[in-house]
Design a protein around this ligand. Structure first.
Ligand SMILES: [Zn+2]
Length: 1136
């Protein structure tokens, strides 16, 4: 090998090389023979021509003067250091001096082009990283700088500033790897440099910087050279730094590395940053051509038309100056040249549609930068968008430019106030790197275990909002990338789900699922944390404070205003679902195991997950299928019982496990009089099947008489209690209970039980109370079921204490608890009385049912009040599925022996206490579905409908079945049913006809004929009348402007509820509206026509023999009939 090593592929061509004598260091007189090399940037000397790394290098930019001195010697003079060399001949000395002077002149010419010249900075390139490092073999720490594709070594900081160093390492042949916590090796084919940093963190940063230098060294400048062919592209569009090798592909400008960093900070909605050297795949011929046509020249004529000199950038500007300038330039458009059409959207759009069909790219750039709509409608259905127009016109460069700007935000000056910026949230910059094991991405959920062999080791880098994975740590082009902004969900499967112990899943907007694996829990956790930070906006960062199994964003609807889905951020940990809604109040986490309902609605195309917790309902929409399915599975799993202990079960409102509640409720309804209840065993297979389904999802199990035998249910309950790992009384406290049973003094014993009860965990305590209360009921029927307290104690003692039954202590505890039920559990009189009445009602009905043979499966017992809600007016009624409101009303009146007079209009009302509103049920309405939909703050009351007569008269007298007029309107915007409704009441014009209720904002003029004012042609809102439920009354908290209001609830097919409040000026108005609602909703049949009730009624004829309202027959007949008895029905109505 002839040439010096490493010289085979010189990055910068050597201008001159040869042997020279170098003057000795201080204190010596002997000249040393050195191999000296000059290239355009450096003068270096080496011990020999075989060496790859110099002893010294002097930056050409720092040489101020070269002078000849005696004896074939010459001096190279820098700011404060002089190096003397001796050539072998005068000719040679002359050659060296000429070469040096020429290199200096060229260096200055280049520097003058870039403004770096003015600053006197050695070399125009700023280091990517610089600082002190220990290098093995050197006594003192060296000052090391990573600049571009080189690692430079200096004796100290001072020499770094002087531009005089030891050597530099071309990273095209370098590789770095960590050795231990603080040390790492830079290996080259010629030498290994062993560095030590001050800390682990610093080591990481050095490794990262040096890896960057390798990437840069291995990159090709082919694309850059082509793009630099256009002169303005040779300097950064923003700061003027030379040889910019980055670009913003939507702004179409070439920029330097430092500006590129700040461009990234603006977010991809403003600037899409790519490297000219590394992102090779991006640079298609079309894009390169676009940069040659537009590029920095045209770009700056638009974007930088008005930059005040004081705000201009320099290559050396600080990062914060750069950031301010770039924000102003591209996000706010502060310096742009305003297009003459600025502000006129329609004209801008038109101009854009015209421009894209021509070669005038600068016009397109200016129009887009001034607000023309990239997706505006061209007016041509064949080519509806600018992009389609450009395609039609064969303008490929226009198409490329439009495509790259598809998601670019329009700059807006009003975003100056930092707190009110309108642009999309800038995600925090997080960086992390390391090896991860990765499988091929999938388009569906991972059902099976992925074996270890299916994972490939990849070098992964998270930075600048992108997670990139590479073949190895030296690879330059990533195998693939996931943009943080595209991540919609991050999930952490339990350990050992796949071949790697620790895994995590990343879901993207494009419905792909990426699975990553790692050995170390710690590292996996770190990755999950970093990725989460990279894609969760500051708004939702509270969610990052806890560990999670799943985190992401989902479209949701909540509360009563459900017209528009919004995107919320959710995290799932354990059985808690946390949510952060934009602009919403801070939400309490949803306790999934305490949900009252968890169901999926809608068709397979458009699924909605409905979560109902007490007083709030959340709808999660399955817009994106993949991550929605992931959430669905996870939420269903989290809502199920987690384990076998009591508190891990699905819980009801009062902390009683649903499984216990379901069984106890069923036995209460169907098994109280069953002989040997709880003593008899059910069929083993049936019991097991039942228990299994209860354990899986008790909430969805509905026990029905006829389908389950009471003994199967009672056995399932006993089995469940007996198998509780910790037992109902807990392993720790079980003995103290048993001991308490031996206390002789009865009073002392009871107070001991009370004491012990308090010590139980809340769920156990609630369950003990519910169970003993139930057993108390059971023994009340011991005459029929033969299960007195003692018998129950024999069965339940060993079950609850999990003993073999040899010892009666366990039984005695149960016996004591039942006997002293009232004292031990502090049951008050009222509670006890209610309980007894309920039982009596149940039994009475069962006896009656058995006798008449009308017992049906699925009947429901409920409480209905007469006239008002009071303990004395309570009635327990069994509601068969077929029962109508009229039948229920008659049943209650019958039971209470209330006689019905002709115009009493007894009606069943659904009363909602929270909304302070009530709804008279239509006589033909089925009661059971209403009962099922009744909230805890609603109840049923049978009372007289005071307004019915007035309404019937109104209906009979009016013309047509429509109504219109002004009402005061208010919308309920409360979130999740918790938040405060906003807004007040406003006047609106309403039209109600047989199909719709329409709301208009304005009334324009009075139409002379119909008397109906002409409304603006399009209603503001419109609802199908059959899906409305109209309640009389508006809650006072909303401060209704009059006391004649009603609350309208609209339920969509997807069971989403919306709610509004309407107020009338007079009571008569209210009744008229209400009557019309009833009329159109029930096809004219507002009150039963058959004298079914009159037959039982005490006849009282006030108005002669004319039946007041003959509701059968045509409208005309009705009208005639009313006219017959009074000429002016309205005069009569006003007194009602
Ligand atoms: Zn720049």
């Amino acid at each position: 090998m002839d040439g010096p090593p490493g010289g085979s592929t010189p990055v910068t061509p050597v201008i001159k090389a040869g042997w020279l004598d170098k003057n000795p260091p201080q204190g010596s007189y002997i000249y040393q023979k050195r191999w000296v090399k000059l290239d355009t940037d450096h003068l270096r000397y080496f011990d020999s021509n075989k060496d790859a790394y110099s002893k010294r290098f002097i930056s050409v930019a720092c040489i101020s003067h070269v002078a000849a001195i005696g004896d074939q010697k010459f001096e190279v003079i820098t700011n404060n250091r002089t190096f003397a060399f001796r050539a072998e001949s005068d000719v040679e000395r002359k050659e060296w001096m000429q070469a040096l002077q020429q290199a200096m002149a060229e260096q200055r010419a280049r520097a003058r082009l870039s403004s770096a010249y003015l600053l006197g900075v050695p070399g125009s390139e700023q280091p990517d990283r610089a600082g002190s490092l220990e290098l093995r073999g050197f006594k003192n720490k060296l000052y090391v700088a990573v600049v571009g594709d080189k690692v430079q070594l200096y004796k100290n900081l001072e020499e770094y500033h002087l531009g005089i160093g030891i050597t530099f390492i071309d990273m095209s042949v370098g590789n770095v790897k960590e050795v231990d916590r603080r040390s790492f090796d830079l290996t080259t084919p010629y030498r290994i440099f062993s560095f030590s940093a001050d800390s682990e963190l610093e080591k990481e940063q050095w490794l990262e910087a040096m890896q960057g230098a390798i990437a840069e060294a291995l990159s090709t400048s082919e694309v850059a050279e082509r793009i630099w062919a256009a002169a303005p592209n040779r300097f950064c569009a923003d700061c003027g730094a030379p040889q910019p090798d980055w670009a913003s592909i939507n702004l179409c400008v070439v920029i330097c590395k430092r500006c590129a960093g700040e461009h990234r900070g603006l977010g991809a909605g403003v600037s899409k940053v790519r490297s000219l050297k590394m992102d090779r795949k991006v640079w298609t011929e079309t894009l390169i051509e676009l940069f040659l046509q537009l590029g920095n020249g045209t770009g700056n004529r638009f974007w930088a038309a008005n930059v005040p000199p004081s705000e201009a950038l320099q290559p050396s500007s600080s990062p914060s100056t750069r950031r301010c300038h770039l924000e102003a330039k591209y996000r706010e458009g502060k310096y742009r040249r305003y297009h003459p059409l600025f502000g006129n959207q329609e004209e801008l759009d038109k101009a854009l549609c015209a421009a894209v069909t021509t070669t005038d790219l600068a016009e397109t750039q200016a129009l887009l930068g001034c607000g023309a709509g990239i997706n505006c409608f061209s007016g041509d259905p064949e080519a509806p968008t600018p992009l389609a127009l450009a395609e039609q016109a064969g303008q490929t460069l226009q198409m490329e430019f439009l495509r790259n700007n598809r998601t670019t935000e329009v700059p807006r000056l009003d975003s100056m106030k930092p707190l009110e910026k309108h642009y999309s949230v800038v995600l925090p910059t997080v960086s992390h790197s390391g090896f991860l094991y990765k499988t091929a991405s999938a388009g569906k959920l991972l059902q099976d275990r992925r074996a270890r062999e299916e994972f490939s080791r990849r070098w992964c880098v998270l930075g600048d909002g992108v997670l990139s994975y590479f073949e190895n740590e030296r690879a330059v082009t990533p195998n693939g990338e996931i943009r943080a902004s595209e991540i919609v969900c991050l999930a952490v499967p339990p350990p050992d789900t796949h071949g790697f112990e620790h895994t995590f899943e990343v879901y993207t907007e494009g419905e792909r699922l990426y699975l990553f694996g790692l050995e170390s829990a710690e590292q996996a956790h770190e990755w999950v944390k970093c990725i989460a930070k990279a894609f969760v906006p500051p708004l939702a960062e509270d969610l990052l404070a806890r560990d999670f199994e799943r985190l992401g964003r989902l479209p949701y609807k909540a509360g009563l205003s459900l017209q528009r889905a919004q995107e919320g951020w959710f995290s799932l940990s354990g059985s808690e679902l946390r949510a952060v809604f934009p602009d919403g109040p801070c939400e309490e986490p949803l306790q999934l195991r305490k949900l009252q309902e968890l169901s999926i609605q809608g068709d397979s195309e458009n699924q909605v997950l409905v979560l109902v917790e007490r007083r709030r309902t959340l709808y999660i929409q399955g817009e994106r299928r993949l991550d929605f399915m992931g959430w669905l599975g996870a939420i269903q799993k989290a809502a199920a019982s987690m384990g076998d202990t009591l508190s891990e079960q699905q819980l009801g409102d009062s902390d009683i496990p649903v499984i216990v509640y379901r069984c106890v409720d069923y036995i209460t309804q169907c098994g109280l009089t069953s002989e040997g209840i709880y003593r008899k065993c059910g069929q083993t297979s049936k019991t097991q099947r039942l228990l299994e389904s209860l354990r899986q999802d008790a909430r969805s199990v509905h026990l029905k008489e006829g389908e389950q035998h009471v003994d199967d249910v009672s056995s399932a309950l006993k089995r469940f209690l007996r198998d509780l790992p910790d037992g109902l009384f807990t392993r720790a406290q079980r003995l103290t209970w048993l001991e308490a049973s031996e206390i002789e003094d009865e009073e002392e014993k009871v107070s001991r039980y009370r004491e012990l009860l308090v010590r139980l965990p809340p769920v156990n305590r609630a369950t003990v109370k519910a169970l003993i209360s139930h057993l108390y009921c059971v023994q009340c029927f011991s005459d029929t079921n033969q299960m007195n307290v003692h018998n129950l104690a024999i069965v339940f003692g060993p079950t609850l204490f999990q003993t073999d039954g040899q010892d009666y202590k366990a039984g005695r505890v149960v016996e004591d608890l039942i006997n002293h039920y009232v004292v031990v559990f502090s049951v008050d009189e009222e509670e006890l009385r209610k309980q007894r009445e309920e039982i009596t009602a149940i039994v009475k009905m069962r006896v009656a049912g058995t006798a008449s043979g009308t017992q049906h499966a699925g009947d429901f017992i409920c409480t209905v009040y007469l006239e008002e809600k009071k303990a004395e007016t309570e009635q327990h009624v069994k509601i068969p599925a077929s029962m109508t409101a009229e039948e229920l009303t008659l049943e209650i009146l019958d039971r209470r022996n209330v006689g019905i007079r002709e115009k009493d209009y007894w009606t069943c009302f659904e009363v909602n206490e929270r909304e302070e509103a009530e709804r008279p049920l239509h006589f033909a309405e089925k009661v059971l579905p209403i009962l099922h939909g009744l909230g805890t703050d609603s109840h049923l009351v049978v009372k007289k409908h005071q307004a019915m007569e007035a309404m019937l008269l109104y209906l009979a007298s009016r013309v047509g079945d429509t109504k219109h007029g002004m009402m005061k309107f208010r919308e309920d915007r409360s979130l999740l049913g918790l938040g405060l409704p906003s807004g007040g009441f406003h006047d609106r014009y309403f039209i109600l006809n047989s199909s719709c209720l329409r709301l208009y904002k304005e009334v324009r003029s009075q139409r002379p004929w119909s008397g109906a004012p002409e409304t603006s042609h399009r209603p503001e809102k419109e609802w199908p009348v059959k899906s409305l439920k109209v309640y009389l009354g508006v809650k006072k908290k909303l401060r209704p402007p009059t006391c004649w209001g009603f609350t309208v609830v609209h339920e969509t097919e997807k069971h989403e509820k919306q709610q509004w409040y309407l107020c009338c000026d007079t009571q008569m108005e209210l009744r008229e509206w209400f009557a019309t609602f009833l009329f159109v909703q029930h096809d004219g049949l507002v009150w039963p026509s058959e004298p079914s009730r009159v037959s039982r009624a005490v006849p009282e004829v006030r108005l002669g023999s004319v039946s007041l309202i003959p509701l059968r027959g045509s409208e005309n007949e009705m009208r005639r009939s009313v006219a017959a008895f009074t000429a002016d029905p309205l005069s009569l109505l006003r007194n009602v």
